[in-house]
Design a protein around this ligand. Structure first.
Ligand SMILES: NC(=O)c1ccc[n+]([C@@H]2O[C@H](COP(=O)([O-])OP(=O)(O)OC[C@H]3O[C@@H](n4cnc5c(N)ncnc54)[C@H](O)[C@@H]3O)[C@@H](O)[C@H]2O)c1
Ligand SMILES: [Zn+2]
Ligand SMILES: [Zn+2]
Length: 368
């Protein structure tokens, strides 16, 4: 079939929205009609050429929500009409990691996905007979996409697509960092560095876990106000003095749980320093630049602080994204403040500009 899609042709150039060809889903694959898709830093990071593992031509986008149109052979868990959220982090339910509750890092299709292929090593997208690669296994800056069944979470049809798509990446990452990775205990103190989509999700996750005190740190007063709306009890201006302020607010000890959601290694260090001696757990969600390292005084660890990393919030996507969406539908999370701009696919580059200007939390592409 023919469809419109935003293609990364050349690194550092705007995406080119154009018609491309999409082949039928093969065994284990599903054709999804997209209804909404968030524009994320990772798309821009790849488009800019800064990501050394990036490839082109490719259809970008990975924060999609839509409806199953048709399914290939051997697809058992999805049927036409199902509402789905795309998962750049799949869940095969069979590999050694899927069978272990300690991690969500499914091993089933990693290698081919990293190359921009579907699991059988080929692409479904093409142009003039030449393959166009799939980005993060998703390619959701497009009217339709073909994805593996194991990379789609079936969610309630009651969730509006523009909110459902937020669960495809940053929101679930932040929520999961607090709920899964840190498993925040009720009554505890938390400090979240960064109030973008991931940090705000972590603030909401700490609140859902019953944290008593949630300190949010950011450079932007507007973003800190959004954090208050998600349950932050104390707002702290980022930069010099932020760690001291957190220590003051926590009786001189530091927070029981800290979260880093900026991608800045200096802030990761602050998040370790702001964790309480004895049992403070620092969860790192931000993605640092290639080659950057985290510099921590070992004494901080000897005295009981721990550091954990979290990819997609430790969320096993097919099992847990539907449950998170249900909590949103039950009124436990307010997503309206996160959708700052609604764009047409043709305006995708505007979404990048808005992100660079830090204008709002998420621009969402809506497909008519
Ligand atoms: N682990 C994962 O699976 C996963 C998934 C999605 C995103 N991420 C990463 O998470 C990070 C955050 O993503 P996002 O979409 O929320 O980004 P974002 O840019 O919207 O938010 C980052 C926030 O950090 C704030 N900040 C910058 N310097 C600061 C400082 N010194 N102190 C306090 N706050 C500071 C910024 O003002 C901004 O509000 C990125 O590194 C992203 O790549 C990781
Ligand atoms: Zn993303
Ligand atoms: Zn697996």
């Amino acid at each position: 079939m023919r469809m419109r899609a935003a293609v990364l042709e050349e690194f550092g150039e705007p995406l080119a929205v154009q018609e491309v060809e999409l082949a039928e889903p093969r065994a284990g694959e599903v054709l999804v009609r997209l209804h909404a898709c968030g524009v994320c830093h990772t798309d821009l990071y790849t488009a800019s050429g800064a990501d050394p593992s990036g490839y082109a031509p490719a259809v970008l986008g990975h924060e999609g929500a839509g409806v199953v149109e048709t399914v290939g052979t051997d697809v058992a868990s999805l049927a036409p009409g199902d509402h789905v959220v795309t998962l750049f982090s799949p869940q095969c339910r069979e590999c050694v990691h899927c069978l272990d509750p300690r991690t969500n890092l499914c091993m089933a299709i990693r290698e081919e996905q990293n190359k921009g292929h579907l699991p059988d090593g080929t692409t479904r997208i093409s142009r003039d007979g030449e393959g166009v690669r799939h980005f993060m296994g998703c390619s959701t800056f497009a009217e339709y996409t073909v994805m593996p069944e194991i990379a789609l979470a079936k969610v309630s049809p009651d969730a509006p697509f523009e909110h459902a798509c937020l669960f495809a990446c940053g929101l679930s990452t932040g929520l999961g960092a607090a709920i899964n990775t840190a498993a925040v205990r009720p009554g505890s103190s938390c400090a979240v560095f960064g109030a973008g989509m991931v940090g705000l999700g972590a603030v909401a996750g700490c609140r859902l876990q019953g944290a008593e005190r949630i300190i949010c740190v950011d450079l932007s007063p507007q973003r800190l106000e959004l954090a208050r709306g998600q349950g932050a009890t104390d707002l702290v201006e980022g930069g010099e003095g932020a760690v001291e302020r957190i220590l003051e607010l926590t009786g001189g000890f530091g927070a029981d749980y800290t979260f880093e959601a900026t991608g800045n290694v200096a802030v990761m260090r602050e998040a370790v320093e702001a964790a309480r001696m004895g049992w403070g757990l620092c969860t790192v969600a931000g993605v640092a630049g290639r080659g950057e390292t985290l510099d921590v005084v070992p004494r901080l660890l000897i005295t009981g602080r721990r550091i954990a990393g979290s990819s997609f919030g430790g969320v096993k996507g097919r099992d847990q994204v539907p449950a998170l969406v249900d909590r949103y539908l039950a009124g436990e999370i307010d997503l309206e403040p996160f959708v700052s701009h609604r764009l047409a696919l043709d305006e995708v580059n505007r979404g990048f500009e808005l992100m660079e200007a830090q204008d709002g939390i998420r621009s969402v592409i809506e497909f008519s």
